[in-house]
Structures are given as structure tokens and as C-alpha cells.
Design a binder for this molecule. Structure first.
Ligand code: M6R
Length: 615
């Protein structure tokens, strides 16, 4: 949603803050700002609409170089607007009226209007429309020589979610941090400490990190962090974890965009998701993080899968996997809807929360609702130590490495692969024989190689994309297990190219949307040679009869399907269970090239943020 960085140490803070912001820019990118602790005892606050590069330029012009080099403490922020337009005034840091306290904040202060009215009643003049500004004024009101105590007092008066970093001219060697609902990580270096919304801003400096937990408040100094509980004010200890990511994992490494890099990483991200999890000679999967005995797993009567966006689409694929391989009735649910529909859950249900970031507020709220109802909840997350991973306490990590592009790619294929492992494991406890399990194991083991074959089509797919790059609308149709992939293909195209794209069940098109088809509206038909293809071919004929050009995702060598469409993107032959993975990769590449040809900001599409931590 927004990105926070804070630093205390010996080197110029501006370098650390701006580098950190660049790595967090995927979290929000409508405006950015920083506050540096000046040697003259005042704060230098610089804010700018647009990208971090524009902020860096403004810092260079606004503060004398000598001052910038001499400032060793500071905080910074990249914003995705929730309250107020993306203007300079609304950018963070937000500053107290006396200019002594600066706050960066990720999250939402829900009672900000009431708090603001109270403060205004006491004569405080507000400079922005943000909810965050109330924190700056509240902290100033409680600051009587102890910044930590003032922050705690202020936080006790607000409702909502926050990850914050605060500096004060009265405490020049400190950054005070707090977390409730929005992630914060402290990186502990040698004589320097960095705090950030996620580890990608930290790994270039240190791999030793402390994940703050909800309710933690702390004082960051060059020597590390001292943490306290907001409720008790008592000191709390959090373990120091070691980050496994390579620094390069969060860099483009020669690719034009993170999205392209992440698409091409899929053979290796899938190998990482599968590593050590296939037990070939027993024809099953090992998923120890689930922490469920074979008996408990066999006792599951129903699965409910919650998620949003791409993760929801993976969950929808999960329904076909769990029902097809394990006979477990499965309902995929949009996480926000799940939370507000008073879900009926039984003790022998398993709720699975899917989230790349592990921080999506709607999915987290669904997890809490399910936990509240006493259900077993497992997380399928990519980010290690994320809130959903911690609160579920059991689950399976994707091990896909950092996904920086706002459009999710490698996380989707790893999510589906992990769901396939889980379906195999549950299936072996029910109706799959050892031989059937072994056959599936071999196919799953071959997935990374199949994805390599799709990636080899990159140039061919780029040619098809060129033909359709300027269309205004597009439809994606798929049947059965390929229907969620049609939704995912449409989501990829719309979010990065801004083409209006809709995914439909192939059979549903004729019940209304077909009215929109003509020669200017392409239909991407998922025609993999799996059961249901013949029927989808019938739907393709209906589209062609309305003059819509059809792009077919076709199994290599399938002449009948090839003959039925205007343009072909080939994918390798697979079973139904693996088809969503290879097809999604082809659709990711197609969307990428369309967006590239339209000159779009592929890694940071307008209006979006990578991690949506507000409901
Ligand atoms: O981090 P999560 O997987 O929970 O994120 C869920 C969605 O916000 C995310 O998948 C979003 O739809 C992506 N932009 C899709 O590319």
C-alpha cells in the first residue's frame, strides 16, 4: 500500500532512504517524501508528487549537499493515496505544527475525523487532508521529553491500522516505530539500524531482521531496537531472523521490467515451490508446514479458499483440483465478501487463505473471521513472516522469491502448484491409488520444464500481441478448470495495459456478453486439448459468427483447434490439472507485450499498489 523507510547510523541517511524507497516503490507510487534530521537541529522535509526519482531530484535542489551528507537520521515514505488526493501537502512525512515532529504512516486511522475535530477545537491548524496528520499533532501534544511515551499516548487514542516511523528534533538519534496491521521490519546492522515496510528495502544492508508484531512500539537507534507492548508498556523480545533472499532477487537483472523478469523466473520459482515436497515412490506430497496428521487431513469434509485478485483466481483453480483429485467439496470465496456474509463453517472444514504478500487486509480479515469461528486455517503465502503466515500458524510457503511487479505472475503459478500438491496429498488419503499418485508426481515434477517451453514462445506471442495491442476491449473465455485462468488472463491484460478485458465461462458468453462482439473485439479462447475443448470450440464458432477475431491458446500440434482461430499461441500438452499453469504463463506474456507496445508503466500501473493493506 505505502512504503516506509527509516534510518539511524553513520552514513548519509538520504542515500539509504532513497534507495529503500526505490525498492518499495511498488507498494505505492503517487507521491513520496522524506525528513532528514539536520545538523542545525531542524528537520529538512521534502515532498514531491510522482515517483521517487522526482523526490531525489527535489532533495538535490532543496537541501545543500553538505547538509544532506551530514544527516544520519531520517524517515521516508512512498504513498498510495487513501485519504486525500496525491498532492504534495498530502504526501508524507506529515509534520506537527511546530515543525519538530515528523511521521510517516502506512494504514488508516479510522477515527481521524473525530480526532481532527478535537484538535481543531484546540486551535490546531491542519495542512493536509490526510488521516496521518492527526498522529503528528497528537504526538506533539503528548511530547514532554519522552518521544516513545508520546507516541504510545497518541496511539492509544486512535483506531485503525498503522505502521509508523516518527522522528523528533528533540531526540535526534532516535526513530520511534509502531505496528498494528501494517507490516514493519527492523534491519539490525553493524552500528546502524534500518526500518522498512518490507525486507526488500533492507537486504542490501543487512540480513538480520526483526519482524514487529501488532501492538509493538519501539525505539530505533544506531545500536538496534528496544521494543515494548503498547497495551502493557512492558519490554518485549522479538527474535532476530535471517533473510534468505539474494540481493539480486529484488533487482531487474537486465530485464526491461520486473514483470518480465518474474515471468521468466517461473521455471525456477516453480522448482523452489516443489523442492523436497514430492515423495515420488509413495506417490504423494510432503507439506509439513500444514501441521495436519494424515487422519486430520482425511477428516476434512470441505475446503473454503479465501483470497483476492490473482490469489482468488488460484483458489478458484484449487476448487477443480481438490474436487477432481480428492473429492473434497471446495468453495473459493472473495475474502472481503467471505468476511461480511457471516460464513457458515463446520469444525471439519479447512479454510485456506492465499496471499502472495501475506498482508492483504481483506484476506487477513477473512482469516481472523475463520479463526474466530474455530476453524482450522492454513496460509499459502509467499512472504515469509508476513501477517497471514503468522496468524494462520500453519500453511505452505510458495518460495517464489520477491515479486516486485504489481501484476502478480510467478506467485500465481506457484500458488496453483502448491494447491496441486495439496490436492495430491488429500487425494492419496481418499481415492487416489499409489500408481495414480506416482503418475501425478511425475507430471508435477515436469511442470518447470513445460513452463520453459511456453517461455520459448515469447517472440511468437509478442507478434500476436502486436496485432491486437490497440484494441479497446477484449474477452477471455475458458471452461472448467480453465475458467479461472480466463479471469486471470483478463486481469493481467486490464491492469497493465488498461484495455477493458473480461473473463467468462466459455458457455456464458452467449447469455449476454456476446452482444458486445464485433470485428474490433478479440476473444482469447483457452482451447487446450483437455476435456471440454470440443464444447469451447463450439463457443469459438459463435464468436466467429459475430466477426470477432479469436486468439486461441492451443495445445502444440492440435490442428483442429489451430484451424478454428485467427491467431494461435501454442502451449505444451498437459493434463487438465497442469493446464492452468502453462496457459497462465502464455497469457502473462501476451499481456506484457500488449502493455509494452502501448507504452504503459508495466511494473507500476496507474491507481494500483502491490499490497493492499486497507479494506
Ligand atoms: O498479496 P495478495 O496475493 O494477497 O494480493 C491480492 C491481490 O491484491 C493481487 O493478486 C492483485 O490482484 C494483483 N495486482 C494481481 O496481479
Amino acid at each position: 500500500m505505502c512504503g516506509i523507510v527509516g534510518f539511524v547510523g553513520d552514513r548519509p541517511a538520504a542515500d539509504v532512504l532513497l534507495n529503500g524507497l526505490r525498492r518499495l516503490e511498488y507498494r505505492g507510487y503517487d507521491s513520496a517524501g522524506l525528513a532528514l534530521m539536520g545538523t542545525d537541529g531542524a528537520l529538512h522535509v521534502v515532498k514531491q508528487t510522482g515517483k521517487v526519482s522526482a523526490l531525489a531530484e527535489k532533495v538535490r535542489k532543496a537541501i545543500p549537499r553538505k547538509e544532506v551528507r551530514a544527516a544520519h537520521v531520517g524517515i521516508a515514505h512512498t504513498r498510495w493515496a487513501t485519504h486525500g488526493l496525491p498532492t504534495e501537502a498530502n504526501a508524507h512525512p506529515q509534520v506537527s505544527a511546530d515543525g519538530k515532529i515528523a511521521v510517516v504512516h502506512n494504514g488508516i486511522i479510522e477515527n481521524y475525523a473525530a480526532v481532527r475535530a478535537q484538535l481543531e477545537g484546540r486551535g490546531v491548524v491542519f495542512a493536509s487532508q490526510t488521516d496521518t496528520e492527526v498522529l503528528a499533532h497528537l504526538i506533539a501534544a503528548y511530547e514532554h521529553g519522552d518521544l516513545l511515551a508520546a507516541v504510545m499516548e497518541a496511539l492509544r487514542r486512535v483506531d485503525g491500522t498503522y505502521g509508523i516511523a516518527v522522528v523528533s528534533t528533540e531526540h535526534p538519534g532516535q526513530v520511534v516505530v509502531a505496528r498494528k496491521g501494517s507490516p514493519l521490519v527492523v534491519g539490525v546492522g553493524d552500528g546502524e539500524t534500518i526500518v522498512a515496510s518490507d525486507v526488500s528495502a533492507i537486504v542490501s544492508m543487512t540480513r538480520n531482521v526483526i519482524y514487529l508484531q501488532d501492538g509493538d512500539v519501539g525505539v530505533v537507534t544506531a545500536d538496534g531496537v528496544r521494543l515494548y507492548g503498547l497495551d502493557t508498556s512492558a519490554s518485549v523480545e522479538r527474535p532476530v531472523a535471517s533473510v534468505e533472499w539474494e540481493v539480486g532477487a529484488a533487482e531487474k537483472e537486465g530485464y526491461e521490467h520486473f514483470m518480465l523478469k518474474e515471468i521468466f523466473e517461473q521455471p525456477s520459482s516453480l522448482r523452489n515451490a516443489l523442492r523436497g515436497r514430492l515423495e515420488m515412490n509413495r506417490g504423494t506430497a510432503i507439506l509439513s508446514g500444514l501441521n495436519l496428521t494424515p487422519r486430520e487431513l482425511a477428516g476434512i469434509r470441505r475446503c473454503v479458499i479465501v483470497g483476492c485478485g490473482t490469489s482468488l483466481h488460484a483458489g478458484m483453480v484449487g476448487k477443480y483440483l481438490f474436487e477432481g483429485l480428492a473429492d473434497v467439496p471446495t468453495s473459493p470465496e472473495q475474502a472481503a465478501e467471505f468476511r461480511y456474509c457471516n460464513p457458515i463453517l463446520a469444525p471439519d472444514d479447512l479454510v485456506i487463505a492465499i496471499s502472495q504478500s501475506g498482508e492483504t487486509a481483506d484476506t487477513l480479515a477473512a482469516v481472523r473471521e475463520a479463526v474466530q469461528k474455530g476453524t482450522v486455517v492454513a496460509g499459502l503465502c509467499n512472504v515469509v513472516g508476513s501477517t497471514i503466515a503468522r496468524e494462520t500458524g500453519r500453511g505452505v510457503y510458495l518460495h517464489a522469491g520477491p515479486e516486485i511487479g504489481v501484476a502478480s505472475t510467478k506467485a500465481f503459478t506457484s500458488q496453483v502448484a502448491v494447491l496441486l500438491l495439496l490436492a495430491l496429498k488429500m487425494g492419496r488419503g481418499r481415492r487416489l491409488s499409489r500408481e495414480e499418485g506416482m503418475t501425478l508426481c511425475r507430471e508435477i515434477e515436469g511442470i518447470p520444464g513445460l513452463v520453459e517451453q511456453v517461455l520459448a514462445q515469447n517472440e511468437r506471442i509478442a507478434q500476436v500481441a502486436e496485432k491486437y495491442a490497440q484494441v479497446r476491449d477484449a474477452f477471455f473465455i475458458g471452461r472448467g478448470i480453465l475458467y479461472p485462468t480466463a479471469l486471470e488472463g483478463a486481469l493481467k491484460l486490464k491492469e497493465i495495459s488498461y484495455i477493458h478485458a473480461e473473463g467468462y465461462q466459455a458457455a456464458e458468453l452467449k447469455h449476454g456478453p456476446i452482444a458486445l462482439l464485433d470485428e474490433s473485439v478479440p476473444v482469447v479462447a483457452l482451447l487446450n486439448d483437455i476435456p471440454g475443448k470440443e464444447k469451447t470450440l463450439g463457443n469459438v464458432e459463435e464468436c466467429r459468427a459475430r466477426k470477432a477475431p479469436v486468439i486461441g491458446i492451443v495445445t502444440a500440434g492440435d490442428e483442429a483447434a489451430t484451424a478454428a482461430v485467427a491467431d494461435v499461441i501454442e502451449v505444451p500438452r498437459t493434463s487438465s490439472y497442469v493446464a492452468p499453469i502453462v496457459t497462465a504463463v502464455a497469457l502473462q506474456i501476451f499481456a506484457y507485450h500488449v502493455a509494452r507496445l502501448r507504452g504503459c508503466e508495466i511494473d507500476q500501473p496507474r491507481n494500483l499498489a502491490k499490497s493492499v493493506t486497507v479494506e
